[in-house]
Design a protein around this ligand. Structure first.
Ligand code: FES
Ligand code: FES
Length: 145
């Protein structure tokens, strides 16, 4: 089936064999947006988090058909040139270690900010796992937001 998706402000046409295909596969394999990561595949780790109509969504467990008609934002579309305040704070505080979880973390942070959370409040909205354990640096970074 052929579907229309709005990803990072661009209307995209994708052809999928199954409407239950996870949005994550469409982003990564069909659209080449590999900044969004696959971690657990069971809605736990948050590595696959994207913004859908302003809300954080685990794209590993969201059928692509559920994303039709919605505005999807991935890490590639969060800003031009890493200029989102969260990205700047992450760089200033050298938050990432391996970096694998961080695009999902940043999308969760961006969604929390969009919902009006600021400073240390933000981390209470971020339910992402980081195997490297960078939580202390994340907590420091959000203080500037
Ligand atoms: S890969 Fe989606 S929550 Fe872990
Ligand atoms: S920075 Fe390595 S998993 Fe989070």
């Amino acid at each position: 089936m052929t579907l229309q998706l709005n990803v990072n402000g661009i209307n995209q046409t994708v052809t999928v064999s199954d409407g239950n295909m996870p949005l994550l596969w469409v982003l990564r394999d069909l659209l080449g947006l590999t900044g969004t990561k696959y971690g657990c595949g069971i809605e736990v780790c948050g590595a696959c988090t994207v913004m859908v109509d302003g809300q954080p969504e685990r794209s590993c467990d969201m059928d692509v058909t559920s994303a039709v008609g919605k505005k999807i934002v991935t890490i590639e579309g969060l800003s031009a040139n890493q200029s989102h305040p969260a990205q700047k704070a992450w760089i200033a505080n050298q938050v990432p270690q391996c970096g694998f979880c961080q695009s999902g973390v940043l999308m969760s942070v961006a969604c929390a900010m969009k919902a009006g959370h600021r400073g240390s409040q933000i981390m209470s909205e971020v339910q992402n796992l980081c195997v490297c354990g960078t939580y202390q640096r994340m907590k420091e970074a959000v203080k500037a937001l």
